[in-house]
Design a protein around this ligand. Structure first.
Ligand SMILES: CC(C)(COP(=O)(O)OP(=O)(O)OC[C@H]1O[C@@H](n2cnc3c(N)ncnc32)[C@H](O)[C@@H]1OP(=O)(O)O)[C@@H](O)C(=O)NCCC(=O)NCCS
Length: 203
């Protein structure tokens, strides 16, 4: 059954929740996400260093207003030796979905959003780096049509993207708008339930 997955761009105010999401990942998932079992302190450094003015970060909130997935789209200047693109920048995507939210299309949806954001930001090459044992991610990469190169247990994949067009711009704007509405509704519901809890003396 395909579910509605709303992907919202994350900002500075989401940093604390992002950190919680990453710290909740168990060692095997940290290995898959970061290529090494990153200790808590380094996870915290990573989150603190995310530059929201340069990169884009996407998230999915569940119905209990918990951040259950984070996708980091990092932009970097093109390496002079890069023969795959002539654009000024390339992008790399890293993603993680909490165990409780897996298998529902969240990872794929975050990837789709990253791809459309690349197009709309004049980037035509999207990279992903993962362990080649990561069957789920390899499946998502193949499904998206990524070109995959395997080397010593690691896999580098990249996807060539078409240029932006009015439909891609509209789609990203609409997706974000729906996600913001959903976020606002959940945030207000959370505030109302806390307020009612206090009013009726519940903890
Ligand atoms: C990889 C990850 C992001 C996937 O998230 P997800 O929300 O479960 O992914 P989706 O539900 O969108 O898609 C999973 C797809 O993989 C398939 N899949 C699941 N397990 C699989 C396996 N062992 N082998 C092959 N395919 C598999 C599912 O059938 C599904 O395919 P479909 O969309 O064609 O039906 C998530 O498992 C995760 O966070 N893993 C730890 C961190 C990580 O590996 N990050 C990627 C490195 S950057």
């Amino acid at each position: 059954m395909s579910r509605l997955v709303l992907v919202k761009e994350l900002r500075e105010r989401d940093r604390r929740r992002m950190l919680k999401h990453f710290l909740d990942l168990e060692d095997s998932d940290r290995l898959l996400r970061f290529g090494t079992v990153l200790p808590d302190e380094q996870v915290s450094n990573y989150v603190n260093r995310i530059d929201f003015s340069r990169d884009m970060v996407f998230g999915v909130y569940n119905r209990f207003f918990k951040l259950v997935a984070v996708g980091h789209l990092a932009f970097a200047p093109r390496d002079e030796k890069n023969s795959v693109t002539e654009k000024e920048r390339v992008a790399e995507f890293g993603v993680s979905v909490s165990k409780t939210a897996r298998g529902l299309g969240v990872g794929s949806k975050l990837f789709e959003r990253a791809a459309i954001s690349c197009r709309n930001n004049d980037v035509d090459t999207l990279y992903m780096h993962c362990l080649s044992s990561n069957k789920t991610m390899m499946h998502i990469a193949k499904k998206a049509g990524m070109e995959i190169h395997r080397d010593y247990g690691e896999a580098d994949a990249y996807l060539k993207l078409p240029p932006a067009n009015p439909a891609s711009v509209l789609q990203e704007a609409l997706d974000e708008q729906f996600a913001v509405l959903d976020y606002t509704y959940k945030a207000n519901k959370r505030i109302a339930s806390k307020w009612l809890g206090r009013l009726f003396g519940k903890k």
